[in-house]
Ligand binder design. Structure first.
Ligand SMILES: C[S@@+](CC[C@H](N)C(=O)[O-])C[C@H]1O[C@@H](n2cnc3c(N)ncnc32)[C@H](O)[C@@H]1O
Length: 299
C-alpha cells in the first residue's frame, strides 16, 4: 500500500499527499461560517504545508473562506462526507473514553489531529500507527505542540506485523481499546482489510473499531451517479484506485465473518445530523456510496 485513503479526495483536487488531502478537507470544513455545520478540526490547516499550490490557500486569511465551496465544486460531496466522518468518529471516541476505555489506536493516522485537539485524549494512552515518512512529516508540522502523550508506532504495513509493532511500543492487547481507522480501508486489497479486521477481533473483549468503507458495487463500477463517477475518476487518475468494499447492505454479515459485531452502521441517510445548518437546512449531496461503521469485539 502506498499513501492513500478515501479522505484523499482533497489531494486529487489540489496536489499533495493523500493524507494531506484528507487534512485539507477537514481544514476547509473548519472554515464554514455556520456553527452547526462547521467542522471541529481547527488544527488541520497547520498540517498543510506552505507551498506554491492551491491547498495552501486554506491558510490565507479571508481567501480561505472560499475553500469549502471551491473544493465542493470540484469534488462534490467530499467536504460534507469528511465533516460527517470526523464528527461521528469524534463522538464515538468521546463515548468510548467516557465509558472507561483508556487505550486509543489511530490506524493509518496521517494528519489526524485528534490527539492534540481533543482534551479527552490527554489522559489516554494514544498510539498513532503510520508509515515512518508520514509520521516524521507530521511531527515536524506539530513542532511546538505537546505530543508527549502520543506514541508514534512506525510501520510499513507491507512488511511488518501490526500486533508486533504495537506490542514493541507498549500497547497492551489485554486492555480495552478504541481503534479509529479513517480513510484507509477502501484503498486496501480485500486481504489486507481482512487481516486488519481479524487483528481487531483478537483485541480485548468489548474493544471498539470505527471505520469508513465504500460499497463493493462502487469498486465494481456499478454505481453510476455523478458523485461516484467524479470520485472514481479522481482516485484512478491519482493511481490510487479503490480496491475493496463491503457489499451494500451486508456490513453486519461481513463483519461477523471477521469476528466483529456491528453496533452502528451509518449510511448516507444517517449523515444529516452532521451536515445540517443552524436553520435546519441540509447541505448539497454527500458521498452516498458507502458508510461509517462502529463495531465491537464480542464479549
Ligand atoms: C489517506 S491517509 C488517511 C489518514 C487519516 N487516517 C485521515 O483520515 O486523515 C492513509 C494513511 O495510511 C498510511 N500508509 C499508507 N501506506 C502505508 C504503509 N505501507 N505502511 C504504513 N502506513 C501506510 C499513510 O502514511 C497515510 O497516513
Amino acid at each position: 500500500m502506498t499513501e492513500s485513503g478515501l479522505a484523499a479526495a482533497g489531494g486529487t483536487v489540489f496536489a499533495g499527499s493523500t493524507a494531506e488531502g484528507a487534512a485539507l478537507l477537514r481544514a476547509a470544513g473548519a472554515l464554514l461560517r455556520d456553527r452547526n455545520l462547521r467542522g471541529p478540526d481547527r488544527l488541520a490547516a497547520d498540517m498543510i504545508p506552505w507551498a506554491l499550490r492551491a491547498s495552501a490557500l486554506v491558510k490565507v486569511p479571508v481567501i480561505r473562506r472560499i475553500m469549502p465551496w471551491a473544493i465542493e465544486r470540484r469534488m462534490p460531496g467530499s467536504v460534507w462526507f469528511e465533516l460527517a466522518r470526523t464528527k461521528y468518529m469524534d463522538d464515538v471516541l468521546r463515548a468510548e473514553l467516557a465509558a472507561g476505555t483508556t487505550q486509543v489506536v489511530l490506524l493509518g493516522a496521517g494528519f489526524d489531529t485528534r490527539a492534540y485537539r481533543m482534551p479527552e485524549l490527554t489522559g489516554a494512552n494514544v498510539f498513532e500507527v503510520d508509515h515512518p515518512v508520514t509520521a516524521a512529516r507530521k511531527q515536524a508540522r506539530l513542532r511546538g505542540r505537546d505530543i508527549g502523550h502520543v506514541r508514534y508506532v512506525t510501520i510499513d504495513f507491507n512488511r511488518e506485523d501490526l500486533a508486533t509493532r504495537l506490542a514493541a511500543n507498549g500497547y497492551d492487547s489485554t486492555a480495552k481499546s478504541v481503534v479509529i481507522w479513517s480513510g484507509v480501508a477502501p484503498y486496501l486489497p480485500a486481504g489486507a482489510v481482512s487481516g486488519t479486521l481479524r487483528w481487531m477481533s483478537t483485541q480485548a473483549p468489548d474493544s471498539c473499531l470505527v471505520f469508513d468503507y465504500v460499497w463493493q458495487e462502487l469498486v465494481d463500477g456499478q454505481v453510476a451517479t455523478r458523485l461516484a463517477r467524479t470520485l472514481l475518476k479522481a482516485v484512478n487518475r491519482q493511481g490510487e484506485p479503490f480496491r475493496s468494499g463491503i457489499p451494500r447492505g451486508r456490513t453486519t454479515e461481513f463483519l461477523a465473518e471477521h469476528g466483529l459485531a456491528v453496533q452502528e452502521d451509518n449510511g448516507p441517510d444517517s449523515f444529516d445530523p452532521y451536515v445540517t445548518r443552524t436553520d435546519g437546512s441540509a447541505v448539497g449531496p454527500v458521498w452516498d456510496f458507502g458508510g461509517i461503521v462502529r463495531c465491537r469485539v464480542p464479549q
